[in-house]
Design a protein around this ligand. Structure first.
Ligand SMILES: Cc1ncc(C[n+]2csc(CCOP(=O)(O)OP(=O)(O)O)c2C)c(N)n1
Ligand SMILES: [Mg+2]
Length: 616
């Protein structure tokens, strides 16, 4: 009989997690970077005791907010190019539900995180326990069912032996390039403490290696044929290029065949922005260069992208009637979007094989010439937007310019997620090495930025992690600033205070709306908030300073380099200015009837714009 070991279910989880390994840069390392935990009655006795036992091999990190810690875990996975990830454990009820939004972030962005929320008693004897909701018609419903739609795999563990297949399934999903995403194992609190004779083999070291699927022969032949017949091809590089670590191959492909490359938010840094064939960002927040190629392209080689609306200009960007998409993606779901010729394979494998098969095929000299011209035109426009200024209230672009000049070097990683900044950064930030631009733009979840910065720093301790965040996002979630200070994970945080939800205010104006409920001045107020972000950040242990000009910002950024402490620099900005150059229409539905003339006008323009959309 196989030998067994008597453990509680929670102990089995902890021992199993610490035995999972992977290879990164030729070195064997634990695949779990650790476990973020906030304890409560749903996990302190079970998971808490179990994690204590393995604390040397599998570190437990204490956070301040479950959503924040889960964002940090998401960022850790993204900054690790999905090669390593974390687990997050919480109590039942509110602690668990606090992670649901972050699970959504992981789900949209296809990032691996293991969620281990506590759940109600499987035996139901003490019901209803503190923090247990009661469904009048279904005894099996708990709040953790909310994780189902934001998990690639969901399981509720109601018997200790169920954890055996569940853990194995979890690892398969977390490490699978296609299924990759959040896994939720909802751990009933009584079962966490229950013992079982687990087979010792469950805890044997397991080294996970990457799977790199190669293309189907027929799909490959069709893709080659389409590329060979293309006169104006364009590559769209998405996050999949980075997760596949196909950046060398992308550069080689573009260079050899002369095909211009445009990048999505997740794909930015897959090719350096200063590469002659990198046309920069595409779509709604695109450069004029990338969007000009997209408009005329007869072939779009979409590599590792979900083709979300910001990328496709809500499907109005591609204006050539003959435009054909090749969907080079590990995930058939993405590869087949919009009647694409699917090329289901790993990005690195696919690009290498395509390039080999294309041999000496190259675009015409005219394409390369227009790439050089368009890039130069865009660079001039971008430089103008980011140039230093002594305006009383600088624009986001001018702040971006200062940050880039001061700390945008080879070792830095820029982190951002929501507000007006993502659009400006997509256009204007000059990304260098792969992974140096960390934008969460699948969910664009306010409150991700600071916690995300922490996760990035944990994944890449040697990098200079720079977080750019708006006042709105800062107010939504900032508690992991204290965690970063506590863990000695140095972040440089630049807070752009435009006193409200600037980008939504602008969107409101663009859709004919009245200025209403976005900027603080347009909200229902008894006393105008005057938030002292500097003092707030200082109270959390950061070195904090408020600067009054772009010049002072550059000085403060320089000074922040000299300290090991997390630094927060606050600057007031103009809520109304964005970079006009580049960009594309975005489908945001405008009311069909309204007593407001401005809305009716916006509706007219909206209906006209809809005509450019490719349906299906
Ligand atoms: C959790 C969450 N709630 C709401 C939104 C919608 N939203 C996107 S940006 C934004 C305003 C962000 O304000 P701020 O961080 O100050 O940036 P700004 O727009 O001023 O540049 C809002 C409300 C969101 N993306 N995420
Ligand atoms: Mg703001």
């Amino acid at each position: 009989m196989a030998s067994t070991i008597r453990l509680t279910m929670a102990q089995a989880v902890a021992h199993f997690l610490k035995s999972q390994m992977t290879i990164v840069d030729g070195r064997k390392v634990p695949i779990f970077g650790g476990v973020f935990a906030i304890f409560g009655h749903g996990n302190v006795a079970g998971m808490g005791e179990a994690l204590y036992q393995v604390r040397e091999e599998l570190p437990t990190w204490r956070a301040h907010n479950e959503q924040g810690m889960a964002h940090a875990a998401v960022a850790y996975a993204k900054a690790s190019f999905r090669q390593r990830f974390m687990a997050c454990t919480t109590s039942i009820g509110p602690g668990a539900l606090n992670m649901v939004t972050a699970a959504g972030v992981a789900h949209v962005n296809r990032l691996p995180v293991l969620f281990l929320p506590g759940d109600v008693f499987a035996n139901r004897i003490p019901d209803p326990v503190l923090q247990q909701i009661e469904d009048f018609g279904d005894g099996t419903v708990t709040v953790n069912d909310a994780f189902r739609c934001v998990s690639r795999y969901f399981d509720r563990i109601t018997r200790p032996e169920q954890i055996i297949p569940a853990l194995k399934r979890a690892m398969q999903v977390l490490t699978d390039p296609v299924d990759c995403g959040p896994v939720t194992l909802s751990l009933c609190q009584d079962v966490q403490a229950e013992a079982y004779d687990y087979p010792e083999s469950l805890f044997a070291e397991r080294v996970w290696t990457e799977r790199r699927p190669r293309p189907d022969t027929g799909e490959f032949a069709a893709a080659i044929d389409a590329i060979r017949h293309a006169e104006k091809p364009l590559i769209i590089a998405g996050g999949g290029v980075l997760y596949s670590r196909a950046t060398v191959e992308l550069k080689a492909f573009a260079g050899l065949h002369g095909v211009p490359v445009a990048v999505t938010q997740a794909g930015k840094s897959a090719i350096p922005d200063d590469h002659p064939l990198c046309m920069g960002s595409i779509g709604v927040t695109g450069t004029s260069a990338a969007n000009a190629f997209a408009e005329e392209a007869d072939l779009i080689l979409a590599v590792g992208t979900r083709l979300q609306d910001f990328t496709t200009g809500s499907w109005a960007l591609f204006k050539n009637d003959k435009a054909r998409i090749i969907g080079l993606n590990t995930t058939a779901f993405d590869a087949a979007k919009h009647d694409a010729l699917p090329l289901v394979c790993d990005a690195r494998e696919g690009l290498t094989l395509l390039s080999e098969a294309l041999g000496g095929w190259k675009v015409s000299a005219a394409v390369e010439a227009s790439a050089a011209r368009r890039k130069a035109e865009w660079t001039a426009a971008a430089n103008k937007a980011t140039a230093a200024t002594n305006a009383a209230l600088p624009s986001d672009a001018q702040v971006i310019g200062a940050v880039q000049r001061a700390i945008g070097g080879e070792n830095s990683i820029l982190v951002c997620a929501a507000g007006g900044l993502p659009g400006e950064l997509h256009k204007l930030w000059q990304a260098g090495h792969p992974g140096s631009y960390h934008m969460e733009y699948g969910f664009s979840c306010m409150g991700y930025e600071i916690a995300g910065g922490l996760g990035v720093k944990m994944a890449r301790p040697d990098a200079d992690v720079v977080v750019m965040v708006g006042d709105g996002s800062y107010m939504m979630a900032n508690s992991e600033l204290s965690t970063a200070v506590m863990l000695g994970k140095k972040l440089t945080v630049v807070v752009l205070d435009n006193r409200g939800y600037g980008c939504i205010n602008r969107l409101q104006m663009a859709t004919g709306g009245a200025n209403f409920n976005n900027l603080l001045k347009d909200a229902r107020i008894e006393a105008m908030p005057d938030i002292d972000f500097r003092a707030h950040a200082e109270s959390m242990g950061a070195v904090a300073v408020k600067v009054a000009s772009i010049a002072d910002l550059e000085t403060a950024l320089e000074q922040s380099k000299g300290t090991d402490r997390t630094s927060v620099i606050v600057i007031d900005t103009d809520p109304l200015i964005t970079t006009e150059a580049g960009g594309h229409w975005w489908d945001v539905a405008v009311p069909e009837v309204s007593p407001r003339e401005a809305v009716n006008k916006a509706r007219e323009a909206y209906v006209k714009a809809l005509a450019a959309q490719r349906i299906g």
